[in-house]
Write a protein that binds this ligand. Structure first.
Ligand SMILES: CC(C)(COP(=O)(O)OP(=O)(O)OC[C@H]1O[C@@H](n2cnc3c(N)ncnc32)[C@H](O)[C@@H]1OP(=O)(O)O)[C@@H](O)C(=O)NCCC(=O)NCCS
Length: 171
């Protein structure tokens, strides 16, 4: 019997043994899903943060992959199993990333499809702001990407911002 309420989940590190379940979620979530080797590459980097959200039976219900480049964390993948969405899983994964990595001057960036309103809303709720676009970024349909940034440094201005004054006005 599952003693935990439906919404209960735990966070832990994503492991190689989670990959079959991750690939299943991935195939449902994205038109161009990550391959197993893309996951393995990130899991093998000491500098990457790879997190899992698991349900009461330790089943994978979501994951987050972030890679570090100097002072910047690039959020490369966040996905939640369809049946577990809108339960705070992605928000918890993002907050855990911030908890593990945040310093006085830590910056986070990501790309998201302009049509992915659910993800854009979730990222805005976790402190990201749109800083620019990458036209035709997605190879499957040439959709534009929004470039979003979050920083713990209030004076940080992302490199993609055309007008720094506008960016500060968004904070
Ligand atoms: C985007 C995604 C990761 C969100 O995961 P989630 O666990 O459902 O997100 P949360 O429950 O933490 O949602 C936090 C907030 O984001 C917003 N949000 C999330 N899903 C939303 C939706 N479908 N429509 C509108 N707003 C949404 C809401 O403001 C939500 O808060 P609320 O539920 O209190 O209203 C999930 O929908 C998903 O896996 N999508 C497919 C993969 C994907 O697009 N990943 C991002 C690639 S850049």
């Amino acid at each position: 019997m599952n003693a935990l309420p439906d919404k209960a989940f735990d966070l832990r590190r994503l492991e190689i043994t989670d990959l079959p379940a991750a690939l299943e979620i991935e195939r449902i979530a994205f038109p161009t899903p990550w391959s197993q080797s893309m996951f393995v590459l990130e899991l093998s980097k000491a500098s990457s943060v790879c997190l899992a959200a698991v349900g009461a039976e330790n089943e994978l219900i979501g994951y987050l992959i972030a890679a570090r480049y100097a002072q910047v964390w690039h959020v490369m993948n966040v996905s939640v199993a369809p049946g577990r969405r809108r339960g705070g899983v992605a928000t918890a994964l993002m907050n855990e990333l911030f908890h593990l990595t945040e310093g006085a001057r830590t910056h986070y960036t990501l790309e998201v499809r302009v049509s992915n309103l659910a993800a854009i809303e979730m990222y805005e709720r976790t402190g990201f702001r749109v800083a620019g676009t990458r036209p035709g970024y997605y190879t499957d349909n040439r959709e534009d990407a929004l470039i979003m940034w979050r920083s713990t440094d209030k004076n940080f201005v992302p490199p993609n911002v055309a007008n720094p004054t506008d960016w500060k006005g968004h904070r």
